[in-house]
Design a protein around this ligand. Structure first.
Ligand code: FUB
Length: 310
């Protein structure tokens, strides 16, 4: 049986007192965290693992928010597989980005016509929805998963995604179309570390990319080396590379076999979101999202971050 949620009205806690209780959500299983800082709150977008210990059973995405990283408000599920007329199953790892007063939610889900994963985009006037399918068809097809979106200082938006390859494309200003063809980011060992034991996958990159910029440095954080995934990262001088492997951030996945990163700064503190199987009944298919605080080293590198609940 699951515990009660940490889902209450926001309380007055100063940023220096901020702490995180883990797992953040304790009444349902959650996975694939994607935080968004907007207007003084952290919005946390997650998947929802149904209680099934033998495969991914994910029908909807969910939204939570907090003004203090302690008390979280449950905003329910404003987007599900059923929101996409062309989709049939699998509400996998997405991300929301704000632009021009709208909120765009990029998600991988199964395309009914092909039976393969595809990336759709939903739009809303509010970070908590309701969200509606912006296109009526996938934005990216061909079995692709795990989109992350980054808007650079010059306004150019980039969509990245992938497993086993890592792709990017330049989004147009409307955020629901793109220019040019998707490009493969070269998965070199210098860029993404060395994997042993699988000649088809010489680098550590597995899935779940999360791209952002800090202090002029571009970061791509990702799940490494299935199927005891850890979180690793690479950096680059620009949004399209060249990427340099920087090492492990979170070495473990708890009782899960996947892990999945999301990073934001909020009220002066840096937060690292992840998932594991820490709730009662937790497993690789019944995951829960946690968060840890961390401080960048002066050179911009990220310290090792350990889970405080597993
Ligand atoms: O939650 C389903 C899939 O598992 C995600 O798309 C991957 O990133 C992994 O977490």
């Amino acid at each position: 049986s699951l515990l009660l949620a940490v889902v209450l009205a926001p309380a007055a806690v100063s940023p220096t007192e901020a702490r995180a209780d883990n797992p953040i959500v304790q009444h349902v299983y959650t996975a694939d965290p994607a935080p968004l800082v907007h207007d003084g709150r952290v919005y946390l977008y997650t998947g929802h693992d149904e209680d099934n210990s033998t495969n991914f059973t994910m029908k909807e995405w969910r939204v939570w928010s907090s003004a203090d990283m302690v008390n979280w408000t449950d905003h329910g599920s404003p987007l599900s597989v059923a929101s996409f007329s062309w989709a049939s199953a699998n509400a996998w790892a997405g991300q929301v980005v704000a632009r021009n007063g709208k909120f765009y939610w990029y998600v991988p889900t199964t395309e009914r016509a092909t039976g393969r994963m595809a990336i759709g985009v939903a739009v809303s006037d509010s970070p908590t929805g309701p969200f509606r399918d912006a296109l009526g068809h996938p934005l990216v097809g061909n079995g692709e998963i795990d989109p992350t979106v980054f808007i650079d200082d010059d306004g150019q938006a980039y969509l990245y995604w992938g497993n086993p390859n890592l792709w990017y494309v330049r989004l147009n200003a409307d955020m629901i179309s793109y220019s040019g063809s998707p490009a493969k980011i070269p998965l070199t060992t210098a860029g993404f570390g060395t994997r042993t034991g699988d000649p088809n996958r010489p680098t550590l990159f597995e899935e779940g990319p999360w791209v952002y910029k800090r202090g002029g440095l571009y970061y791509i954080v990702y799940a490494a080396k299935c199927c005891s995934e850890f979180i690793a990262y690479s950096t680059a001088p620009g949004p399209t590379g060249p990427w340099t492997y920087r090492g492990t951030i979170m070495p473990t996945q708890g009782a899960s076999f996947t892990n999945h990163p999301g990073i934001v700064d909020f009220k002066g503190t840096s937060y690292f979101f992840y998932h594991n199987g820490a709730l009662p009944g937790g497993s690789g298919y019944t995951r829960s999202v946690g968060v840890e605080t961390f401080s960048y080293h002066p050179d911009g590198t990220i310290p090792t971050i350990n889970m405080t609940s597993t």
